[in-house]
Design a protein around this ligand. Structure first.
Ligand code: NAD
Length: 351
C-alpha cells in the first residue's frame, strides 16, 4: 500500500494536467479519468475495463497510458492531447449497460475535452451503449469495425522505413521477419508482408491463431514461442505484449531491426539505449503503431477509412526523419521521438 506522499509522487512522475476519480454506488462504477495534456487539442484515449489488484495499480496504468497517448498524438501530428479512462473491476462479471451508461454520462460532462473509445475490456458493442449518453465516443460511427488493419498498415510502412535506413532499400521481398503474436494486428501484418514476398516466422501462445496464419499464408511457426527472440532474422516485429525488450531478451536478439505494433515494447527506456549500442534499429512503438489511433480519430471527426490509410502512410516519412536525427546525434531513436513529443507538448497551439 502506497503512502499518500508516494501517490503524489506517482502522479507527479507522469505530469498529468488532471486526475479524476468517480464512484457510482448505484451501478458499482469505480473509474479514473486522467487528462495528460490538452495543449495540442482535446484529450483522447480509450477506456480500459480491468480487474486491477489495487487502486494504485489502476492509477498508475491510467497515468502511464494517458501520457503515452499525448506522445502518440503529438508524433502523429493529430490535433488531440492524451487522456485515458480506466474502470476498476472485472468486465466479465461487472460490466452492465447501466454501469457503462453511468460512465458515459461522466465522459459527457467533459463536453468534448475528453473523448474515449475501445480498449482492453471495452468492445464496439459497449461503445454503442455509451453513445446513448454522449457523442464523445470514438469508434462507434462506422468508419471501420476494426482499427487493427490500419495499425498493421502503419507497421508495414514503418518496417519499410527501417529497411530503408538499415539496408538502403525499403523492399521487404526475400527479407526474413519474425512476428511475435498472430492476433488482430499480427494477422493483417503477416498478410501484407507475405504479399510483398517476405519470409515470415511466427510465434503465438494461441494454437488456433498460429494455425490460421499457417494455413492462409504458409508461414513458419516458431516453437516454443520464446524461441523467437534468438531467431536469426532481419527484423523482429513484436505484435503481442509489452516489456519484451528487457535484460533477459536483449542478449538473445539476432536481428537488425525491432519494429512492431505492441505497446510499451521497451521494459525501461534504458533498454532502447542498449538496442542502439547493439546496432539494432528500434522503431519507437508509439510512432509505428499510431495507425489505429489515426483511424479512431477519423471516426471521431466524421472522416473516412480511406483518409485514415492515407494519414497512416506518413509513418514511413516520420520514422525516416527520426532515424536520421538519431544517426546525426548518435542517440537512440526512442530518445529522439520522446524529445519531439515533449517539445510539441510544451508549445501553445498559437505559437
Ligand atoms: P490481440 O490480443 O488480438 O493479439 C495478440 C496476440 O498475441 C494473441 O494472439 C496472443 O495469443 C498473442 N500472445 C500473447 N502473449 C504472447 C507471447 N508471450 N508470445 C507470443 N504471442 C503471444 O491484440 P492486437 O490487437 O493484435 O494487439 C497486439 C499489440 O499491439 C498489443 O500490444 C496492442 O496493445 C498493440 N496495439 C494494437 C492496436 C490495434 O489496432 N489493435 C493499436 C496499437 C497498438
Amino acid at each position: 500500500m502506497k503512502t499518500p506522499k508516494a501517490i503524489h509522487e506517482l502522479i507527479a512522475q507522469y505530469t498529468p494536467q488532471e486526475v479524476h476519480y468517480y464512484s457510482d454506488p448505484g451501478t458499482g462504477l469505480r473509474a479514473l479519468i486522467v487528462i495528460h495534456s490538452t495543449t495540442l487539442g482535446p484529450a483522447t484515449g480509450g477506456t480500459r475495463f480491468y480487474p486491477y489488484a489495487t487502486w494504485e495499480a489502476a492509477l498508475e496504468d491510467a497515468l502511464k497510458l494517458a501520457q503515452a497517448m499525448s506522445y502518440k498524438c503529438a508524433l502523429a501530428e493529430l490535433p488531440f492531447g492524451g487522456g485515458k479512462g480506466v474502470i476498476l473491476g472485472d468486465p466479465k462479471r461487472e460490466k452492465t449497460p447501466q454501469l457503462l451508461q453511468a460512465y458515459a454520462r461522466i465522459v459527457h460532462q467533459f463536453n468534448g475535452r475528453f473523448t474515449t473509445g475501445e480498449e482492453m475490456g471495452i468492445d464496439p458493442e459497449d461503445l454503442k451503449v455509451m453513445m446513448r449518453e454522449t457523442q464523445f465516443i470514438a469508434g462507434a460511427r462506422g468508419v471501420t469495425p476494426d482499427i487493427s488493419p490500419v495499425t498493421a498498415q502503419g507497421v508495414f510502412y514503418g518496417l519499410k522505413a527501417c529497411f530503408q535506413t538499415v539496408f538502403g532499400n525499403s523492399s521487404l521481398h526475400g527479407r526474413t521477419i519474425a512476428v511475435q503474436g498472430a492476433g488482430k494486428v499480427g494477422y493483417h501484418l503477416i498478410k501484407l508482408l507475405t504479399a510483398e514476398g517476405a519470409r515470415i516466422f511466427v510465434s503465438d501462445i494461441d494454437r488456433r491463431a498460429l494455425e490460421r496464419v499457417q494455413s492462409e499464408f504458409g508461414v513458419r511457426i516458431v516453437e516454443p514461442p520464446d524461441a523467437i527472440y534468438a531467431l536469426e532474422c532481419d527484423a523482429f516485429a513484436p505484435c503481442a505484449i509489452g516489456g519484451i525488450i528487457n535484460d533477459t531478451t536483449l542478449p538473445l536478439l539476432n536481428c537488425k531491426i525491432v519494429a512492431g505494433s505492441a505497446n510499451n515494447q521497451l521494459k525501461e527506456p534504458r533498454h532502447g539505449d542498449r538496442l542502439h549500442e547493439f546496432g539494432i534499429l528500434y522503431a519507437p512503438d508509439y510512432v509505428i503503431n499510431a495507425g489505429g489511433l489515426i483511424a479512431a480519430v477519423q471516426d471521431l471527426i466524421g472522416g473516412s477509412l480511406e483518409r485514415a490509410f492515407q494519414e497512416t502512410e506518413k509513418i514511413y516519412g516520420r520514422l525516416l526523419k527520426i532515424f536520421e536525427i538519431a544517426r546525426r546525434e548518435r542517440i537512440a531513436p526512442h530518445r529522439v521521438a520522446d524529445r519531439i513529443a515533449e517539445e510539441r507538448l510544451r508549445k501553445r497551439p498559437y505559437e
